[in-house]
Design a protein around this ligand. Structure first.
Ligand SMILES: O=c1ccn([C@@H]2O[C@H](COP(=O)(O)O)[C@@H](O)[C@H]2O)c(=O)[nH]1
Length: 235
């Protein structure tokens, strides 16, 4: 896989025209498009698939509910023909097993390739202090490793983590376990609300499978130029 193919651009906007325009402009410049709660809640599944066109789609809705409800949500999300979907690892083993099973069964029923099912560990906007505020045992890297091992044991294909944990998780979870990494910031971009960050190049060198990059590209005056600058830095 080329470095470019490892980049998923996060298109976070409620505006379908803006989303469609960005997806079209960035087609061929990156590996795929990630949509999340902002666009999905405003526009719904049909609009999302329409906006993204034929590009590989990461449906980042981070389901977190009882197993039956999450299984149903995964089933429904497969109609968007995603390449990747996700749940929160903190929803527990039974919930993750239900999600993995729903993805397997539904893709078979629909005659579609099975999407990669990921579990979100600790949000990249949280540091050790934020974790302790919500009563989770830190440091963040330890909680990420704990949740990643639970996810792997529940039949999940990989995790969403920060680049700070890539080396640790490669060792703990093996070479085939997918590591999808947001909180990516080139040296020329603002961190914003992200706390556990790394540059695209350092994250790839550490062993990330996919990088999720939003505002450094979509918030740039020229998003295509920003995407190309990142790809050049990766090459
Ligand atoms: O831990 C997580 C999980 C998901 N995200 C999502 O990734 C993008 C990052 O966007 P930036 O603009 O590059 O910060 C965004 O859609 C988040 O919802 C994350 O950041 N951290």
């Amino acid at each position: 896989m080329t470095p470019k193919e490892r980049i998923f651009v996060a298109i976070d906007t409620p505006d379908i025209n803006k989303a469609t325009e960005l997806a079209k402009a960035l087609s061929g410049e990156v590996g795929g498009i990630k949509i999340g709660k902002e666009l999905f809640t405003a526009q719904g599944p049909n609009a999302v698939r329409g906006a993204v066109g034929g590009e590989p789609l990461f449906v980042d809705l981070k389901f977190h509910d009882i197993p039956n409800t999450v299984a149903g949500a995964i089933r429904s999300s497969l109609h968007m023909r995603p390449f990747m979907v996700n749940v929160h690892a903190s929803g527990g083993k039974a919930m993750m097993q239900a999600a993995a099973e729903a993805a397997r069964e539904t893709s078979e029923d629909l005659g579609l390739p099975r999407p990669i099912v990921l579990a979100v560990t600790v949000l990249t906007s949280m540091d050790d202090n934020d974790l302790s505020d919500v009563g989770q045992k830190g440091p963040a890297a330890e909680q990420v490793e704990r949740l990643a091992l639970l996810a792997k044991g529940s039949g999940i294909d990989g995790v969403v983590c920060s680049s700070k944990e890539i080396k640790l998780l490669r060792k703990a979870c093996g070479p085939d376990f997918k590591l999808v990494v947001p909180g990516i910031r080139p040296t020329w971009a603002n961190a914003g609300d992200q706390k556990r960050i790394m540059t695209p190049r350092d994250a790839i060198e550490a062993g990330a499978d996919y990088l999720v990059i939003g505002r450094p590209i979509t918030g740039a005056e020229d998003p295509v130029a920003a995407a190309r600058r990142i790809v050049e830095e990766l090459n």
